[in-house]
Design a protein around this ligand. Structure first.
Ligand code: ADP
Ligand code: MG
Length: 565
């Protein structure tokens, strides 16, 4: 087949521009991305071989190799993993794997406006392109482990790339970067230097479970240098989740998080769990510091990585965490599962369900601890993930109390300071029996609601609930600590003070006085309403609409209508 030239997708081109004009200040991470891809390819090959999916594959010495050439100014990262077919190269390397969508272009523009575009690297599965931060040309030669011939891909990172078939390529993938001149940019290290490579690998990729070897440099006459003739393994290859807490630095945990989550920021929280006994497993879970942009979309890939005795089995194992914890990333390594487990089997598996329960409890108890030991971190957590967690109030009755205990809400009690339900109960007035809330779209619209007037006048605290899910869980949950959750917009609200008893008598008198007016209003409004009555709940507004206690609120009515019910 002749060499074919292709154009990059629009989004890919935008991204390349971004890379070339180096928005990302830390350019060293390109090596992490390439090593991470190589490691994934080795994981995939080993798993395929264990399942006998690729009979012809060579799995005898799986490893990653790095080679540099001073004279040609190149750096090569090579693996003997699963490789890619011609079609795969076009599909995976020519496009942006997880996006190709308007969403990506939109975020890219927004991020550029805010000067934070580097965050998108990785989030969209664009790790490979980061090579263009340091290279003016990238060449990839690959052969899929199940195929006889290979493919060569090459690009200068501008508008196009070329693809051609090559006859004799070794199994796996090698990526060669032609390095930009080192002096063109202060931040560009000399990536042909062994010292630099060792330093970067140690920093970012130490935990990779495959050997990463640095090949000895060739001397000028083509023979290998005498004193560094042996390839040197640069990483310790220790699975972090199998090591004790004391042995592992926070930085090492964070690098693993970045490797598996494609996030470039530090995680908010690292959670370790070692389960012993009849069903042994180890888990290393991370709570990100930011909710991903697609957390509420259908296509969101939830779940953690599943390993069985250090062998990578799958990404995004959904069965290990409930949907309302879908933002949690990490690794679970089980001692006693078949390597052939499918997603369908996992959903049914008793042990998996046991693990899910245990991991859920562990995550919730970690959040609980965070509330007292690190209130700022908890505040970030709740801001980013609170509305997802509240979905659990509907679906996970077993953990309802634990979820209510870590939930916090905007409230009228102290401006801006969210409160827990327990906090609310503590501040309840003598004689107050219920927990009051009002739902609405924004805090402001709730605060301006006429329903709030009487509560404000009497100094009774009201929770201000603005998430769509709030409408639903307050109904389903119904009460906290024996106190009913009551909307201030529903039914007669008895604020139960002496003043009210007097007010009631007065209102009765006034009722007679205003009977004619109320009758006339009822007649005018007709079937749209049930009744017109005098109220003590208003202090400033002349009138407001109130639902019956068991009626749907307007927002809930809208939601059910939207759901077609
Ligand atoms: P991501 O790793 O997030 O998917 P990348 O841009 O790093 O995004 O890589 C895109 C895809 O290209 C990978 O998902 C993988 O399918 C393929 N790929 C990249 N490098 C290799 C490699 N060394 N071996 C096999 N496939 C690779
Ligand atoms: Mg990658």
């Amino acid at each position: 087949m002749p060499t074919e030239t292709f154009e990059f997708q629009v989004e890919a081109r935008q991204l390349l521009q971004l890379m070339i004009h180096s928005v990302y200040s830390n350019k060293d991470v390109f090596l992490r991305e390439l090593v991470s891809n190589a490691s994934d390819a080795l994981d995939k090959l080993r798993l395929a071989a264990l399942k006998d999916d690729l009979p012809g594959a060579d799995v005898s010495d799986l490893h990653i190799e790095i080679e540099t050439d001073d004279e040609a100014r190149t750096l090569t990262v090579r693996d003997n993993g699963i490789g890619m077919s011609y079609d795969e190269v076009g599909r995976l390397i020519g496009t942006i794997a997880n996006s190709g969508t308007a969403q990506f272009a939109k975020e890219l523009r927004e991020a550029q406006d805010e000067g934070g575009a580097e965050g998108l690297i990785g989030q969209f599965g664009v790790g490979f392109y980061s090579g263009f931060m340091v290279a003016d040309e990238m060449t990839l030669v690959t052969r899929h482990a199940g195929e006889g011939h290979g493919t060569r891909w090459s690009s200068r990172g501008e508008g196009t790339y070329t693809l051609e078939t090559v006859e004799d390529a070794p199994q796996g993938t090698s990526v060669t970067l032609h390095l930009k001149p080192a002096d063109s940019d202060d931040q560009l290290h000399d990536y042909t230097s062994a010292w630099t490579i060792k330093d970067i690998v140690k920093r970012y990729s130490d935990f990779i479970t495959w050997p990463i070897r640095l090949l000895p440099k060739k001397t000028a006459d083509g023979t290998e240098g005498a004193d560094e003739a042996e390839p040197e393994t640069l990483n310790s290859m220790k699975a972090l989740w199998a090591r004790s807490r004391e042995e592992v630095s926070d930085d090492e945990y964070h690098e693993l998080y970045k490797h598996i989550s494609h996030d470039w920021r530090e995680p908010l929280e690292t959670i370790r769990l070692q389960a012993e006994g009849t069903f042994e497993y180890q888990a290393l879970l991370f709570v990100p510091s930011h909710a991903p942009h697609d957390l509420y979309t259908q296509g969101y890939k939830r779940g953690v990585q599943l390993y069985v005795k250090r062998v990578f089995i799958m990404d995004d194992c959904e069965a290990l965490l409930p949907p309302y914890l879908r933002f949690v990333k990490g690794v679970v390594d089980a001692a006693d599962l078949s390597l052939n487990v499918s997603r369908e089997i996992l959903q049914q598996d008793r042990h998996i369900r046991m693990m899910q329960r245990r991991l859920t409890k562990k995550i919730l108890s970690t959040v609980k601890d965070m509330m007292t030991s690190a209130p700022d971190r908890y505040a970030t957590f709740w801001r980013e993930f609170g509305s997802v967690l509240k979905e659990g109030l509907l679906s996970d009755t077993d953990n309802r109390d634990a979820l209510l205990a870590v939930a916090s809400f905007a409230s009228t009690h102290a401006d801006g300071e969210p409160t827990t339900l327990a906090g609310y109960v503590e501040r309840m007035k003598d004689g107050q029996e219920d927990i009051y809330y009002l739902t609405g779209e924004t805090r402001e619209s709730i605060e301006n609601s006429p329903h709030m007037e009487a509560f404000r006048a009497k100094g009774i605290e009201v929770l201000l609930l603005t998430d769509p899910v709030d409408e639903v869980w307050v109904d389903v949950v119904g009460e906290f600590d024996g106190k009913r959750l009551r909307s201030v917009a529903k039914g007669e609200v008895d604020l139960g003070t002496e003043d009210d008893t007097r007010a009631d008598e007065e209102r009765e008198k006034q009722g007679e006085e205003y009977a004619a007016l109320l009758g006339w209003m009822k007649e005018q409004l007709g079937a749209d309403i049930k009744e017109v009555r005098l109220s003590s709940r208003l202090t400033v507004s002349p009138a407001c609409i109130v639902s019956d206690a068991d009626d749907l609120t307007p927002a809930l009515e809208n939601m059910y209508r939207a759901m077609g019910q």
